[in-house]
Write a new protein. Sequence first.
Length: 72
Amino acid sequence: MTGKPQVSTGDMLRAAVSAGTALGVGAQRGYMESGQLVPDAVIIGLIKERLTESDAINGVLFDGFPRTIAKG
């Protein structure tokens, strides 16, 4: 174990939706309700917010990012 918090981007997204944050509401209405993956740009916004928390000072381990579908 690294001593770094493990962070699920899916959990972060669900928490943002539940809290009614601008990012969460936008993701839900724009993508989640229609079954689409939330774009990396939105998830990166959540990640930036998470990295400002005190337990992230030495880094975090992210689970579920990136989830971009490869374009071919």
